[in-house]
Each structure stands twice: as structure tokens, then as C-alpha cells.
Design a protein around this ligand. Sequence first.
Ligand SMILES: Nc1ncnc2c1ncn2[C@@H]1O[C@H](COP(=O)(O)OP(=O)(O)OP(=O)(O)O)[C@@H](O)[C@H]1O
Ligand SMILES: [Mg+2]
Length: 276
Amino acid sequence: MGEPVTNSVEVVDLVSHFGERQILHQVSLEVRKGEIMVIMGGSGSGKTTLLNHLLGLLSPTSGHVRVLGHDLSRLSPLALQRLRTRTGVAFQSGALFSSMSVGDNIALPLREHTNLDETTIGIMTRLKLEVVSLAGFETLMPAELSGGMIKRAALARAIVMDPELLFCDEPSAGLDPVVASSIDDLILRLRDAMGMSIVVVTHDLDSTFKIADRICVLDKGRVLALDTVEAIRASTDVRIQNLLNRRTEDAEPDVDSYLRRLLGEAASPTPESRLP
Ligand SMILES: Nc1ncnc2c1ncn2[C@@H]1O[C@H](COP(=O)(O)OP(=O)(O)OP(=O)(O)O)[C@@H](O)[C@H]1O
Ligand SMILES: [Mg+2]
């Protein structure tokens, strides 16, 4: 199957615009096989935008995004679909289907992308629930879960197909420290036990320092630094130090109001009017 791929993700000179506004400026980075790369940066620095490019949800103005050896811009929709079965995504909000039980949410990728029989799907689903310490909760509906449980269920769904590459958007934001720390442990275990390459977007500095092999610091859509935890901690760059000294609580984003403010819109009447 071609030459071995040593980088799970390669981003080269990625430029991205929303309308006239340039959001990402020549962003380059690679995620090595089996490493945890944490993407951090202030609110509005472009973390989610970058993640959306890695997921193939946005098209670059210029530059390249390669995932598991494939240039996303050259893939047919079908090939992109197939590539997605080798990757997992845990969205920030969880994005569970509210009308389905936890078990059915987690089984969904298996039902969609495999021909496994229901007995096997049941076993695999329960195994993944155990991995995220949610054993016995499969018949509950998402509305019956706590915030931390929803994040863990989303993680279970993201890994149910045993992906080579996992993307997590703010996996521990808004959780109490004990639960947040258990999610960090889980992410480390996925790397160590399953050899997954993992990209984590987070505001949480404690979590970053605990799990990261390398950190990519974004600042106003540019890569300010891309280095090991030790090197980032030792950096003398004022902007990096400002980010590191910021209290974690101050960093909780309110993306909706932030975007509205940035875009100069009048306060929108409902949260649903948020940009797509
Ligand atoms: N759909 C969109 N349309 C127009 N501009 C957008 C859109 N999404 C994001 N932006 C702009 O792109 C910039 C980067 O936003 P992005 O959401 O990537 O930041 P972020 O680093 O994820 O911030 P946060 O930590 O607050 O989530 C911001 O200036 C934002 O206003
Ligand atoms: Mg974001």
C-alpha cells in the first residue's frame, strides 16, 4: 500500500480565509505517528479553523493538508468518506444524537461502516464504554448524562472503529478537575496502548502539559511555536509566556459572543443563529 507514512498529518503553508478575512497565515505543522499534538492559542487564534481543515470540513485558499498520506484536496467525496473511517473525532459539544441511547450513539459508526453482526457490535460498544468508564450506561439517553459523561461517550464513539488518528476538540473544557484528569489519562492510554496519533485542541494548560508530546502554539492565525513541552515552557517569547501565565479560568471561551463581536453583528436573538 505505497511507502510507509511516518506523519499522520502534514500541513504545508495552509492559508485560509473567511470571506475577505485571512484567518490562517502559512500554517505548517506535522503530527508524527503515535504522538499527542496539542494545538493551543488564545481565543480567535484559529484553532477550530485549523481543526476543521484537518477534518476536511473547510477548503484552503492555498497550501496542503495531508491526512494519513492523502492530500485532502485531491480526494473524491467517496475517498474522503473512506479516510474518515480511519480517523475519529470527539467534538467539543459531544455532538451525540439526542434521540438515540448512548449505546446506539457509540454503535453508529460500526452500523454505518461495517458489516458486523449485532452481537459483535454490542460487544464492541460495551468494550469502548468500559474504556471510557461508562460501563452499564448504554441504555441511557444523552440528556440523562452529565457533562463529563457526554464528553466520555463522545470519545467512546470517536474510538469505536479503532482509528489510527484521533481529533479531540476541548476534551476537558468545563469539567471538574478530577474528571478532566481522567480524560487526560484516557487520551494517554489511547496513545500508549493503541499507538494512536492524537490531535487535541485545548485551552487547558494543566492538561496540555500533562498529555502533550509536542505543542503547536497559534497566535492570530500563525504558528508561533511548535515544540516539545519543555521547550515551550522554557520559551522566552513574551507572547508564549503570556499564554502560559494566563489563568485557566480566564481562558474559557464564549465563542458565540466572541464571533458576533468580531463580526460586528448586533447581538443575535438566539444561539441558533450562530454561524455554521
Ligand atoms: N464561520 C466563520 N465565519 C467567519 N469567520 C469565522 C468563522 N469561524 C471563525 N471565524 C473567525 O476566524 C477566527 C478564528 O476563529 P476560530 O474559531 O478558529 O478560533 P479559536 O482559536 O478556535 O477560538 P476559541 O478558542 O474562542 O474557540 C476568528 O477571528 C473568527 O472570528
Ligand atoms: Mg475554537
